[in-house]
Design a protein around this ligand. Structure first.
Ligand SMILES: *[C@@H]1O[C@H](CO)[C@@H](O)[C@H](O)[C@H]1NC(C)=O
Ligand SMILES: *[C@@H]1O[C@H](CO)[C@@H](O)[C@H](O)[C@H]1NC(C)=O
Ligand SMILES: *[C@@H]1O[C@H](CO)[C@@H](O)[C@H](O)[C@H]1NC(C)=O
Ligand SMILES: *[C@@H]1O[C@H](CO)[C@@H](O)[C@H](O)[C@H]1NC(C)=O
Ligand SMILES: *[C@@H]1O[C@H](CO)[C@@H](O)[C@H](O)[C@H]1NC(C)=O
Ligand SMILES: *[C@@H]1O[C@H](CO)[C@@H](O)[C@H](O)[C@H]1NC(C)=O
Ligand SMILES: *[C@@H]1O[C@H](CO)[C@@H](O)[C@H](O)[C@H]1NC(C)=O
Ligand SMILES: *[C@@H]1O[C@H](CO)[C@@H](O)[C@H](O)[C@H]1NC(C)=O
Ligand SMILES: *[C@@H]1O[C@H](CO)[C@@H](O)[C@H](O)[C@H]1NC(C)=O
Ligand SMILES: *[C@@H]1O[C@H](CO)[C@@H](O)[C@H](O)[C@H]1NC(C)=O
Ligand SMILES: *[C@@H]1O[C@H](CO)[C@@H](O)[C@H](O)[C@H]1NC(C)=O
Ligand SMILES: *[C@@H]1O[C@H](CO)[C@@H](O)[C@H](O)[C@H]1NC(C)=O
Length: 408
């Protein structure tokens, strides 16, 4: 009965946690395997009336590691949970590298709490090969990206994975081998340095690192957003940008694909509201007669680790430009919105008032971009000044000559 409750209760329990974190000790009571990871399971099974049902559940944060083993050349991580469920991963070492071999997931279809109406009444095992290879010995393998492994009616999604097998000297390594998916494909200037977990120095407390390192995110995809005052009119507000936010230490790119756009255009205030699967961003622009600026920003959502946040600042003066023109900033910019939230923009161009023909008007470029056009402006101004001096000199010269003739 206790176990039944456990199987039912783990779904609620895990939502408060950061993932499943375990350490495995060897015969000498030294840490030999460390893992902190999240796994979602989607299991399809047969129910009465010749149909199949699918259940989704997560690897609970409370697991036992009975059955885990470590030796010099191979080791196995075995996580037991629920009523006869287990997830295991075995590793082999090969010179300077180690790799994971097989994931073995065992689930118990007779657990009616998890698999209601199952026609089959036994324990099922699926195996699948993960892509965890070429991990340097004495380094942690880190993969924040999702990887979905499909096998026999079971999809396992792994993410926020931090694993070290063959741990040496009873301490988790500071050095990290990142998975390919976490490494940006386009070489962009890194915005943050990957934080490395602090090394475990005191073997008696032997607490593993609690924060998963965040590798550099790729440049966010730029989205093009516009709103119309009614369905038959042209756009009255336009905004193109790629966005990234940082909430505390969690960085997330805003995904334009699948985003719903809403908002309103007014005389004194216009608003753009973007809703993606992970967050809602409301940008409020103010028109103070001659100029506009971004006045308020309200971002609510969930971080990639599932923590809810809501950050608002209604006293901003960003992106200022003349009403009837647009504000543009191609370079990456960062803005501290609140003490918890930083906004990063990429390839920004906005025009919240006075849009005509669904296109941006003359752009006021931000100071960073301005440095590129500052030199032509100085040269142009100098030239104009020179021409003016020549014209004045010519006029004065002519007058003098005229006066001269008259005196004759
Ligand atoms: C994992 O599952 C939970 C609950 O089933 C869901 O809320 C969450 O979005 C899932 N995460 C991923 C990455 O699929
Ligand atoms: C596994 O994922 C594939 C592709 O997304 C999907 O077609 C299939 O229905 C999924 N199976 C389960 C059991 O969720
Ligand atoms: C169940 O499905 C199989 C194939 O999908 C079909 O051959 C069989 O007749 C079905 N049985 C029933 C009872 O509907
Ligand atoms: C890993 O586990 C799988 C399944 O139990 C097994 O078939 C495989 O031989 C193991 N690999 C190693 C290298 O021990
Ligand atoms: C499952 O097994 C239990 C005991 O082994 C039995 O009482 C029950 O009837 C079985 N259920 C099905 C659907 O076969
Ligand atoms: C991490 O890597 C650096 C450079 O390769 C090395 O000097 C250092 O000893 C390594 N630290 C650990 C804990 O392995
Ligand atoms: C292993 O270490 C822990 C504390 O680090 C201690 O409580 C436990 O008794 C030790 N076990 C063995 C078998 O030495
Ligand atoms: C948009 O135009 C269509 C056809 O010209 C018209 O039927 C509809 O009422 C108009 N809608 C609005 C909101 O003006
Ligand atoms: C947007 O998402 C849909 C499905 O979610 C996908 O089919 C499409 O390729 C995506 N488009 C881009 C540009 O990523
Ligand atoms: C901006 O505000 C001024 C004064 O309130 C108003 O006259 C003007 O029409 C507004 N501009 C736009 C584009 O709404
Ligand atoms: C910010 O947005 C959230 C959700 O969209 C809303 O509940 C909240 O009232 C907004 N806060 C402000 C100050 O507008
Ligand atoms: C924010 O931008 C400034 C330059 O505008 C740069 O020096 C700083 O490193 C950036 N901060 C972050 C966290 O990217």
């Amino acid at each position: 009965m206790l176990q039944l409750f456990f199987c039912l209760g783990f779904v609620i329990a895990v939502q408060l946690s950061q993932g499943t974190e375990v350490t495995v000790k060897d015969n000498n009571n030294n840490t030999c395997l460390y893992a902190n990871l999240m796994v979602n399971f989607s299991v399809s099974y047969e129910v009465a009336s010749n149909k199949s049902a699918t259940v989704n559940f997560e690897l609970p944060s409370e697991v036992t590691t009975n059955g885990s083993t470590c030796d010099n050349t191979s080791s196995t991580l075995k996580l037991n949970f629920g009523e006869g469920c287990s997830w295991s991963l075995n590793f082999t070492v090969n010179g300077k590298m180690y790799q994971a071999d097989t994931i073995t997931f065992t689930y118990n279809l007779s657990d009616a709490n998890v698999f209601p109406n199952s026609v089959v009444n036994d324990t099922t095992t699926v195996t699948v090969k993960p892509q965890i290879t070429d991990v340097g010995v004495d380094t942690c393998y880190s993969c924040n990206s999702k990887e979905t492994l499909e096998a026999d009616g079971v999809n396992q999604t792994l993410w926020k994975v931090l694993i070290q097998a063959f741990v040496r000297n009873n301490s988790i390594s500071e050095n990290i081998t990142y998975c390919a998916a976490d490494i940006p494909t386009t070489p962009v200037a890194p915005t943050t340095n990957p934080t490395t977990p602090s090394p475990v120095t005191n073997s008696s407390t032997a607490l593993p690192p609690t924060t998963t390192p965040t590798p550099t995110l790729p440049t966010p995809t730029a989205g093009k957003y516009s709103i119309k005052s009614d369905e038959n009119s042209t756009a009255c507000l336009m905004a193109n940008f790629g966005l990234r936010i940082k909430v505390k230490t969690d960085e997330m790119n805003f995904e334009p694909n699948g985003t719903t756009v809403s908002g309103s255009c007014g005389v004194n205030t216009s608003q753009l509201v973007l809703t993606s699967s992970s967050m809602t961003i409301a940008l409020t622009f103010a028109n103070d007669t001659k100029k506009f600026h971004l006045h308020a920003l309200n971002i609510t959502g969930k971080t990639s680790s599932g923590v809810e946040f809501s950050e608002v600042n209604t006293n901003l003066s960003l992106w200022e430009a003349t009403v009837g023109s647009s504000y543009m900033c191609n370079k990456e910019q960062n803005y501290t919105i609140t003490s918890q939230l930083t906004l990063y923009t990429f390839d920004l161009q906005v025009q919240p008032f006075g849009v005509t023909k669904s296109s941006f008007s003359t752009a006021h470029e931000c100071s960073l971009d301005d440095t590129n056009i500052l030199i032509p402006i100085i040269v142009g101004a100098a030239l104009a000044g020179l021409i003016l001096i020549v014209v004045i000199a010519y006029v004065i010269g002519r007058r003098k000559t005229y006066v001269g003739y008259q005196t004759l």
